[in-house]
Design a protein around this ligand. Structure first.
Ligand code: CP
Length: 310
């Protein structure tokens, strides 16, 4: 592949190849010297048009550990504020010969559009409610390490499915790997047509969590609810917030995941989120750096092959 725009473009064996390479980077990241020259001489530009802590920091660290020249564009301070379009901005940066562009944008499809205009590799760091492919890959690596496999698991994705690119990328990835997926949340936060993805839908946590191996919680994405229904946080926590009582319906060794940023006391009990016997939230963050190193390493190899032929 030239770009990493979405999980929808990846075959199961490509997902496994990427996760296997990411395992090598987990080991490298835990070593005293965290450097390898996979991206030496290459230029990586990070363009985040939406707030980020985990994705932005881990892409930056990933690029630096692999030897790239990494530039973080401060998009709020850019000429976008003077009316320059996304495409003109991308074309301007493209003229400076970057090799990797990492892009987060509030509009679904914006990163795909940008990828058509530049001649470097583009990585989607989250576009609207469409896809967040590196998040699904880091979640997959976390699950594979905790459960010893990434197939034939029962996985619950809970909360605001409708506005979540994390849910969408995870549904696609975990479906490709032949897992049983349950979506749990209020009907108002369930996207229409989602049952076409072969998922089971519940609006009751006790029923939906019964005997699952993995519980993946999601944040209420209020910034994407544009005037629509916003549930009261107290009521939402009572019905859909994960606490030890609701978790008791899952398998005794079920793991608890959350992509972050989390709202403690809204979608998850803070004590449970911090319980290292159940929660793998910090492992997810660790896997994020390794998965992004693997993704950029593989794209750089393809880029070298394409440019070598040209
Ligand atoms: N999970 C995730 O994408 O977090 P950030 O928005 O902090 O990058």
């Amino acid at each position: 592949h030239r770009h990493l725009l979405g999980i929808e473009h990846l075959r199961p064996e490509e997902i496994v190849t990427l996760l296997d390479l990411a395992e090598d980077y987990v080991a490298l990241n835990r070593a005293p010297d965290k450097h390898k020259d996979a991206l030496a001489g290459l230029t990586q530009i990070n363009m985040f048009f939406e707030n980020s802590t985990r994705t932005q920091a881990s892409f930056e660290l990933a690029g630096k550990r692999l030897g790239a020249d990494v530039m973080n564009m401060a998009m709020q301070a850019s000429s976008i504020a003077k009316g320059e379009t996304l495409i003109d901005t991308a074309m301007t940066l493209n003229a400076m010969h970057p090799d990797l562009l990492v892009v987060r944008h509030p509009h679904s499809g914006a990163v795909d559009l940008l990828a058509q205009k530049v001649n470097c590799a583009v990585l989607n760091a989250g576009d609207g409610r469409h896809e967040h492919p590196t998040q699904a890959l880091l979640d997959a690596l976390t699950i594979r390490r905790a459960k010893g496999r990434l197939h034939r698991l029962s996985i619950a994705i809970c909360g605001d499915i409708a506005h979540s690119r994390v849910a969408r990328s995870n549904i696609i990835l975990l479906g490709k790997m032949e897992n049983r997926i349950r979506l749990i949340g209020p009907p108002t936060l369930m996207p229409s047509g989602i049952s076409e993805f072969g998922v089971e839908i519940y609006d009751d946590m006790a029923e939906g969590l019964k005997d699952v191996d993995v519980v993946m919680m999601l944040r209420l994405q209020k910034e994407r609810m544009d005037g629509g229904f916003i549930p009261s946080e107290r009521e939402y926590y009572h019905r859909f917030g994960l606490d030890t009582d609701k978790l008791s319906h899952a398998k005794p060794d079920a793991i608890v995941m959350h992509p972050g940023p989390m709202n403690r006391g809204v979608e998850i009990d803070g004590t449970l989120a911090d319980d290292i016997n159940r929660s793998v939230i910090q492992e997810q963050v660790e896997m994020g750096v390794a998965v992004r190193m693997a993704a950029m390493d593989l794209l750089a190899r393809n880029l070298a092959a394409v440019r070598g032929v040209a």
